[in-house]
Design a protein around this ligand. Structure first.
Ligand code: URP
Ligand code: ZN
Ligand code: ZN
Length: 469
C-alpha cells in the first residue's frame, strides 16, 4: 500500500516546497510539487492530510544515554521507554553509546550494549563506542568495529578523572586512529583535573548546593579543553573532531578559531543550554535544583551564552543539536548519595522535546525552518554516516514528521513519555507540536497516540562520515 502525505509544506535543509509525498516499501517514492498538480490519490492509497503543517525528515538524535550504568545508578529510561519518548517528539533515529571503562575490553563492552538494546527500540538506533581507557588493544579493537559492527565514531573524555578520563597522550593516540580511519572522535571537552580541584575546594568550604556544580565547572575550563582537543586533532593528522554538549560562548569561540585554522572540527549544543540557565534553575536548592545538574553545566544567563549559541546555530558554527538525554529521577536517583552537588549523577532528560525546543528558535526568529531541520536531522545524519536519513528525498528511509507550527502546548512531567519523575522544562509554554510520526513509512505516533512496538527499530550500521571522506 502506498502512503501519501498531502497538502503540507515539505521542509528539507536546502529549501521548502508545497508538495505531496508518496511513500512505498518504507522509502520515499516521490515528492511532487503542488504547482505541478501534486499527487492524485488512488483508491488503495492511505492519505495523511498535512494541511497547515510542515512535513520534515524524522529527527536524528546523535547523543543519548538510555539505561546508562554510572556505577551507582542506571539512567531511568530503558531503550524501550526512551525510544518511545523520542518517537513522540518526532525523533526517529537515536545514537547511544557502548562504554569501555578504564581496563575494560572494547569488544565485550560492545556486545553487552548490543544485548541490552536489541529487540527494544521502537525507532532506528545506532551506537558510538566510548573509550575510557585508550591502550593498544582498545585501539585495535575499535578499528575493527567499523567493518564488524558499523560503528564509525568514538567518544573520549577530557573530564571525569578516574572513571572515563583520558590524558592528552591517550587522546592523541585515539585521534591518530581517527585521522587514519576517518572515524569521528566525539570529545567531552572539560578540563577534568582542574575541575576536580575546584570541586574539592568547594566541598571543603561547605559550598555544596546544586549551583556549585556550575560554579566549579567554569566556561574557561570548557574552552581550554576545546582548544586542546582541536590542537591534538590537528597534530594527529586532522582527525574528524566533534565537540559534544557545547555550552558556552567561550567554547564556541574556540571552535570558530579552530575552524579558521582548518581543523576538522564540528560541535553540537543541546536544548538545555539554549533554554535553561544557572539563575533560573540551580538557585532552587535541594531537591529541585539537583534536576539541572549536568555536564557540561548550565551557564549564567547574564553572560550571553544562549544568544551566542543560537547565533552559532544560525551561521553553522554549531552543526547539530542533540539532547545528551541522561535522565535520573529526583529523589531515588539524583539524591540517593546525599545532598552535595558532587555526588549527584549528571544528566538531564529531554529526548522527547528536542524538535520542539529547537523549533522555538524558529518561533523567536533565531533560525529558519530549514536550519531547524538541518541541525536536528540532516547534519547529524551526514556527520554520523547515515546517508539514508535526514532528508525527504526519493529513495531514502521514509522517516517523517508532520509538524503543526501553530499548535500550542505546555511541557510537563504529567504529559511526557520519558520515564522521569520531573521535567526540566515543567510549565514551559511553547508553539509547535508533533502531529504524526512515520518510521520506515509506518505511522508510529498520531495525535499523541502511539502505534509502534518494541523491537521494530533497526540497528543502523554506519559508515564513515560523508563530511569527512
Ligand atoms: O551530564 C551529563 N552530560 N551526563 C551524561 C554523560 C556525559 O558526560 O555525556
Ligand atoms: Zn559528556
Ligand atoms: Zn552524554
Amino acid at each position: 500500500m502506498r502512503t501519501l502525505i498531502v497538502n503540507g509544506t515539505v521542509v528539507n535543509a536546502d529549501g521548502r516546497l508545497d508538495a505531496d509525498v508518496a511513500i512505498e516499501n518504507g522509502r520515499f517514492q516521490s515528492i511532487v510539487p503542488k504547482s505541478g498538480g501534486g499527487i492524485v490519490p488512488g483508491p488503495d492509497d492511505r492519505v495523511i492530510d498535512a494541511t497547515g503543517c510542515l512535513v520534515v525528515p524524522g529527527g536524528v538524535d546523535a547523543h543519548v544515554h538510555m539505561q546508562l550504568d554510572t556505577g551507582t545508578t542506571v539512567s531511568s529510561d530503558t531503550f524501550l521507554s526512551g525510544s518511545t519518548a523520542a518517537a513522540h517528539g518526532g525523533t526517529t533515529t537515536i545514537i547511544d553509546f557502548s562504554e569501555q571503562r578504564t581496563g575494560g575490553n572494547v569488544l565485550q563492552s560492545f556486545e553487552k550494549r548490543m544485548a541490552e538494546a536489541e529487540g527494544q527500540c521502537v525507532i532506528d538506533w545506532g551506537l558510538h563506542q566510548v573509550l575510557g581507557g585508550v591502550d593498544e588493544q582498545a585501539l585495535i579493537d575499535t578499528r575493527s568495529l567499523i567493518e564488524r559492527e558499523g560503528v564509525a565514531s568514538i567518544k573520549l573524555f577530557m573530564a571525569y578523572p578516574g572513571r572515563l578520563y583520558s590524558d592528552d597522550g591517550q587522546i592523541l593516540r585515539a585521534l591518530q586512529m581517527c585521522a587514519d580511519t576517518g572515524m569521528m572522535a566525539m570529545v567531552h571537552a572539560e578540563n577534568g583535573l582542574a575541575i576536580d580541584v575546584l570541586v574539592e575546594q568547594a566541598v571543603a568550604a561547605g559550598n555544596i548546593t546544586p549551583d556549585f556544580h556550575s560554579r566549579t565547572r567554569p566556561p574557561e575550563l570548557e574552552a581550554e579543553a576545546v582548544h586542546r582537543a582541536g590542537v591534538l586533532a590537528r597534530v594527529a593528522g586532522n582527525a574528524p573532531l566533534y565537540i559534544v554538549h557545547l555550552s558556552s560562548s567561550h567554547a564556541l569561540r574556540e571552535v570558530v578559531e579552530a575552524r579558521s585554522r582548518g581543523t576538522n572540527i564540528f560541535a553540537e549544543t543541546c536544548p538545555q543550554y539554549l533554554h535553561l540557565s544557572l539563575e533560573d534553575h540551580l538557585g532552587q536548592g535541594w531537591p529541585n535544583g539537583a534536576a539541572y545538574i549536568c555536564s557540561t553545566p548550565l551557564r549564567s544567563k547574564h553572560d550571553h551564552h544562549q544568544a551566542d549559541l543560537w547565533e552559532g546555530l544560525r551561521v553553522d558554527q554549531l552543526a547539530v543539536v542533540s539532547t545528551d538525554h541522561c535522565p535520573f529521577c529526583l529523589r531515588e536517583q539524583k539524591l540517593a548519595n546525599g545532598e552535595s552537588f558532587n555526588v549527584v549523577p549528571n544528566g538531564i532528560g529531554g529526548v522527547e522535546h528536542r524538535m520542539d525546543l529547537v523549533y522555538q528558535g524558529v518561533v523567536a526568529g533565531h533560525i529558519s525552518e530549514e536550519r531547524w531541520v538541518e541541525v536536528c536531522a540532516t547534519a547529524p545524519a551526514r556527520l554520523f554516516g547515515l546517508p539514508q536519513k535526514g532528508a525527504i528525498r526519493e529513495g531514502l528511509d521514509a522517516d517523517l514528521v508532520v509538524y503543526d507550527p501553530a499548535a500550542k502546548q505546555t511541557l510537563s512531567q504529567a504529559t511526557h513519555h520519558m520515564n522521569l519523575d520531573h521535567s526540566a522544562y515543567e510549565g514551559m509554554d511553547i508553539t509547535g507540536k508533533v502531529r504524526t510520526v512515520l518510521s520506515h513509512g509506518e505511522v508510529i505516533v498520531d495525535g499523541g497516540q502511539f502505534f509502534g512496538a518494541a523491537g521494530r527499530g533497526r540497528y543502523l550500521r554506519r559508515a564513515v562520515s560523508q563530511h569527512i571522506r
